[in-house]
Write a protein that binds this ligand. Sequence first.
Ligand code: FPP
Length: 225
Amino acid sequence: MDGNGRWATERGLPRSEGHIAGAKVFRKIVDYSHDIGIEVVTFYAFSTENWKRPPSEVAALMKLFKEYLTEADETKYDRRERGYILRIIGDTGRIPKELQKLVDRTQLDATQENTTTINIALNYGGRQEILHSVKLIAERVQKGELKPSKITEDDISAGLYTAGMPDPDLIIRPSGELRLSNFLTWQSAYSELYFANVLWPDFTTDDLDAAIMDYAKRDRRFGGV
Ligand code: FPP
């Protein structure tokens, strides 16, 4: 969800106003993703590198996450009935305790088919996630449960925060930047990439449609011919 800061600066507003506008767009795109039947959608909300931002900006973001997670907790059963479940992916052991509690409370398993899983990547870093998985594997090796020669790609995938979820078909980056910035590093190996030249607070359901229509025209070969 990139470009919030630039969007605010262009309007002479503090960067936190860009995040507030971005949070509104996030809610709209969550609903639209569900309406059009996307099974899993992952939003990059806070990276392991974002702690380097000024404390006031970090605090403003944590406030927005708290508001959203509180709302998600209060409405979780109703949302599940309507076909949404929430997952938080990332190193949640290092986010503020009150957010950790909310994260635990909001996670419900799906009870019906056609459910959309909304992943929010919070304190997430792709390399950090791979490292986390490698440590789990090393522990199994140390205990004698797994031989190094028997380690598979599936073992690595199983230790990621997205275990059990499909790899992303399409990754959309708004704001005109042409990089993935540590997002789903392992899972994106064969993802189609789409770069939208629009700042996240200006991103609309039409932009999502355009990305999906572009994706639909692509020929995915996964290394084959
Ligand atoms: C990157 O834009 C955006 C972020 C680091 C924060 C994204 C978070 C939200 C949209 C808040 C709402 C989220 C939820 C889940 C309620 P940037 O600030 O780096 O923009 P810039 O590159 O223009 O400076």
